[in-house]
Design a protein. Structure first.
Length: 584
């Protein structure tokens, strides 16, 4: 063997210079000088994915043998290398990228053997290998698995194409916990008895990869540390401070271990500041005011108690307790029709009126607040526009509601969004031009009618009734001795020449007598013979005879009609009405 052939074998055995970015090794060049096959075209490695990004599934690299000439049959062997270092076991013509290849360069050395010897040639180099995130060390969750304890997770150790970002998702029995996306998590009662872990996700420009931490749990309840109750704030009271009304207490928040129990004690005071005294038996969160509470003040004491102690807190005092509501009809029952803009019967649960809003003709019922017309709801409904009454509801329980479906004849109650008032109370306005509301099917024998009105003349007819046995007529109580039909309304005695203003008009007809009282003072009498009618048409705001119709021009607030003699009750009824409206 010549010296030159010896050098060739030395270089062939050492493969000097083989490494990153070299298409051919020095050993390969000098080996061509020795015995064995001769390489004319170097081996070529390619990726089946077209790149060397190590993703899922990772690409497979394939090496050609290159082109060789030699003696006899030529066989080939392969050795894949990572940055010039042989990869253990990688000795086939294909190689699947692994995590250790990240950021490295890959080559394949092909060794050809013929009858005269062996020679090696390195392929082209592919790289650097760009890797998806790969967890070399999984994340580890730590902490005490008890409610209220804080758990923490490590990121784990990752390799792959930089930059890698890390996100977190804590899970309860492998179900994501909403909002738990930091590297710490505070256990809550919902975690009790569950296994909790953290799913850590690493993301680079290729893709995201998630790995679960170890489980912690099952989660146990937090150890109980005994603590005496502490009340934060004060209890509150809802309801109306009035005899017969029920007040309800709501507890202030309280803490303590074990969980404290709540107890109540209602108290009353003469002045709402001092001298508070417990009310016997008033130990629930509700209390119904009794007559002993009238004109006094109430409060409630909340007490929280557990094995470690107790804490108490007093509510604010209520307003001064008002007397129980007693409506006119509660005291003077038996009305056949009762219309008012105040509540007349404590048992009545209906509305006061139905109102049409002028802006769009929408209708809405308006009820009572604190026993008076709910003007707040009324003005909200009619904001910026007018409101007209389509129905005045009968509070007597007899269903004699008076209605008016013709818009032009409906009395007005709201002007420009504001409620019309007479004195200090809401009122209807019967405008010039014929406004009235009525009901059919009314029946009667003796009667008494009480009307709260404002009239500009002494000849107006606030209410009337067309009799069934004198068709076309409306009968009036005074100076009507020749008529035989029912009589509602007033024709004040001709001897009374002064104009009536804000008036409580009481009209009584029973036996053969008729009486008219204005502001509690008798103004006229008439001798009449009442006729029992079984069907009549009641009208509020007009009077019709066979020859003409007279419309009431003024304001009205209340009309109460009894189908019975109320002469003995008249003074009491008038006092009840005047106490509310302050007419005289």
């Amino acid at each position: 063997m010549s010296d030159l052939e010896g050098y060739g074998k030395i270089y062939e055995s050492t493969n000097w210079g083989e490494g990153v970015n070299n298409d051919i090794s020095w050993g390969s060049v000098y080996a061509d000088l020795g015995a064995g096959p001769v390489n004319t075209i170097a081996p070529v490695i390619t990726s089946d994915s077209g790149n060397v990004n190590r993703e899922t599934p990772p690409p497979t690299l394939t090496s050609t043998t290159g082109t060789w000439t030699g003696t006899g049959t030529i066989t080939f062997a392969y050795q894949w290398k990572r940055d010039g270092v042989s990869i253990s076991g990688a000795t086939s013509s294909t190689y699947t990228l692994a995590a250790d290849d990240d950021n490295k360069y890959i080559t394949c050395v092909v060794t050809a053997t013929d009858d005269e010897g062996s020679k090696s040639r390195s392929s082209n180099s592919l790289g650097p290998v760009l890797g998806i995130p790969t967890a070399l060390v999984n994340p580890v969750a730590s902490g005490t698995p008890e409610v209220d304890e804080v758990l923490t997770t490590t990121d784990g150790t990752w390799q792959g194409l930089p930059e890698i970002t890390i996100t977190y998702q804590w899970r309860r029995d492998e179900v994501n916990i909403s909002g738990a996306t930091s590297n710490t998590y505070t256990l809550v009662s919902a975690d009790l008895n569950a296994l909790v872990d953290c799913q850590v996700t690493a993301t680079n420009s290729i893709r995201s990869v998630s790995v679960d931490s170890n489980d912690l749990g099952p989660v146990q309840a937090a150890p109980i540390i005994p603590q005496a109750p502490v009340i934060s704030g004060v209890p509150t009271i809802a309801g109306t401070a009035k005899v017969g009304e029920t007040l309800t207490a709501t507890a202030a928040s309280a803490t303590g271990e074990p969980t404290p129990t709540t107890s109540w004690q209602w108290e009353r005071s003469d002045n709402g500041t001092t001298g508070w005294a417990s009310i016997s038996g008033a130990t629930s969160n509700t209390y119904t005011a009794v007559s002993a509470d009238e004109s006094k003040y109430l409060r409630v004491v909340q007490t929280e108690t557990n094995t470690e102690g107790s804490d108490s807190a007093n509510s604010a005092a209520t307003a001064q307790v008002a007397a129980a509501f007693t409506g006119l009809l509660d005291t003077y029952s038996g009305a056949s029709a009762a219309y008012s803009l105040r509540l007349l019967d404590s048992t009545y649960s209906g509305n006061a009126i139905k109102v049409r809003r002028a802006s769009d003709n929408t209708e809405q019922d308006i009820g009572f607040v604190d026993n008076e017309l709910d003007t707040s709801s009324l003005e909200t409904f009619c904001s910026g526009t007018a409101g007209y009454v389509t129905t005045w509801y009968d509070q007597s329980g007899n269903g004699n509601d008076v209605t008016q479906s013709t818009a032009a004849q409906q009395p007005q109650i709201v002007v420009g969004g504001s409620t019309i008032v007479e004195g200090t109370k809401p009122a209807f306005d019967f405008l010039t031009g014929g406004n009235f509301i009525g009901a059919t099917g009314y029946s009667f024998t003796d009667f008494a009618a009480f009307t709260v009105m404002h009239s500009d003349t002494n000849s107006s007819y606030p209410i009337s009734c067309q009799s069934s046995n004198n068709t076309g007529w409306r009968q009036h109580i005074v100076n009507a001795t020749t008529f035989r039909s029912r009589m509602f309304g007033v024709n004040i005695d001709a001897s009374v020449t002064t104009s009536e203003d804000y008036t409580l008009l009481s009209t009584l007809s029973y036996g053969n007598n008729g009486y008219t009282f204005v502001d509690g003072v008798q103004e006229a009498t008439a001798s009449v013979t009442p006729t029992a009618d079984t069907s009549a048409n009641l009208e509020v705001g007009s009077s019709t005879s066979v020859s003409s119709t007279t419309f009431y021009n003024g304001r009205m607030q209340e009309v109460v009609v009894y189908d019975s003699d109320q002469s003995t009750n008249r003074s009491g009824i008038e006092t009840n009405i005047n106490d509310f409206y302050s007419i005289y």
